[in-house]
Ligand binder design. Structure first.
Ligand SMILES: Nc1ncnc2c1ncn2[C@@H]1O[C@H](COP(=O)(O)OP(=O)(O)OP(=O)(O)O)[C@@H](O)[C@H]1O
Length: 251
C-alpha cells in the first residue's frame, strides 16, 4: 500500500470528462512521475490531491487518511506540500526573509507580512531559516532580493520553503518549466540531493523527459484523463502505447 492511494477518481468540467477512473499508488520514499500529453489531466489530478478541486467520484488517501473534503491548509498540515509551476515567492523580500515566512508559520501556525520586522529578531526562526538555506546551498545568497535571482534559484528557494514544513509528500508541478538547461540540471541535482538526505516521497508532473528519466523510479502515463500505463522508466521508454499517446510530441 502506497503513502498516496488514488482510487477511481473522476472529475468533470461541464461537458468535459477531465479525469475518469484514475488509479494511482505512490510508494513511500520513491520519486513517481506523472506524464502525459497536453490536456491529459495531470494538473487536474494534482489539484484533486491538494484540495484545490474536489473529485466527483473516487477516493484519495494519504497515509491511510482521506484528504477529500479537507481545505488545502489542512492537507498541507497532513504532510503534503506542493510547488507550483510559477515560483510563489516574495520578490521584494530577501532570500532569508522569504525562508523565514514558512519557518515562522510552522512555529506559530500563521504569518502576516507586517510581522516580518519583529520576526527578524527571533533567533529560533532566523536559525531555522538559515539552516534550510544551508541545506539548499543558498546561504551565501541570503541578502539578495528574491526577484533578482535566476529562475533556477527561485525554484530552489521555493522548494526549500516547502521543505521547511517537513512534508512527507512533495508534489512538483513542472518544476523546470521555462528553465534554461543549466538551471534544469541544477534542479535535477537538487531533487536528487533532497531525496538522498531526507525521508520524503516525491510526485512530479513534468513534460521534460530528461528530467523524468533522471529522477523517476515509477512513471504513470495519463492520456485523455485516464492512466494508460504505469511502469519503471526502462519499460515506459519503449512502450508502444506511450509512443502512440505522444505521437507528434517530443517523447
Ligand atoms: N477549471 C477548468 N474548467 C474547465 N476545464 C478545465 C479546467 N481545468 C482544466 N480543464 C480542462 O481539463 C482538461 C485537462 O486539463 P489539465 O490542465 O488537467 O491537463 P494537463 O495534463 O495538466 O495539461 P498540460 O500538460 O497542458 O498542463 C483540459 O481539456 C482542460 O482544458
Amino acid at each position: 500500500m502506497g503513502i498516496l492511494e488514488v482510487k477511481n477518481v473522476g472529475k468533470r468540467f461541464g461537458g468535459l470528462q477531465a479525469l475518469s477512473d484514475v488509479n494511482l499508488s505512490v510508494a513511500e520514499n520513491t520519486v513517481h512521475a506523472i506524464i502525459g500529453p497536453n490536456g491529459a489531466g495531470k494538473s487536474t489530478l494534482l489539484n484533486c490531491l491538494v484540495g484545490k478541486l474536489i473529485p466527483d467520484s473516487g477516493s484519495v488517501m494519504f497515509d491511510g487518511q482521506s484528504v477529500l473534503g479537507r481545505a488545502p491548509y489542512e492537507i498541507n498540515q497532513m504532510g503534503i506540500s506542493r510547488v507550483f509551476q510559477t515560483p510563489e515567492i516574495f520578490g521584494d523580500l530577501t532570500v532569508l526573509e522569504n525562508m523565514m515566512i514558512p519557518c515562522f508559520a510552522k512555529r506559530d501556525g500563521a504569518f502576516e507580512l507586517n510581522a516580518l520586522p519583529s520576526v527578524s529578531q527571533q533567533k529560533d526562526v532566523v536559525d531555522q531559516a538559515m539552516h534550510m538555506l544551508e541545506e539548499m546551498r543558498m546561504a551565501d545568497k541570503r541578502h539578495m532580493h528574491a526577484a533578482a535571482m535566476s529562475r533556477g534559484d527561485k525554484r530552489r528557494l521555493e522548494i526549500g520553503m516547502c521543505l521547511s514544513q517537513e512534508p512527507r509528500l512533495l508534489l512538483l508541478d513542472e518544476p523546470t518549466a521555462g528553465m534554461a538547461r543549466a538551471d534544469t540540471n541544477n534542479t535535477i541535482d537538487l531533487l536528487k540531493q533532497i531525496k538522498q538526505e531526507r525521508d520524503i516521497t516525491i510526485a512530479i508532473i513534468e513534460h521534460d523527459m530528461h528530467v523524468v528519466f533522471s529522477l523517476a523510479e515509477r512513471i504513470t502515463v495519463l492520456a485523455q484523463g485516464t492512466p494508460l500505463v504505469e511502469d519503471t522508466p526502462e519499460n515506459i521508454k519503449g512502450h508502444p502505447k506511450v509512443r502512440e499517446a505522444y505521437l507528434g510530441e517530443s517523447a
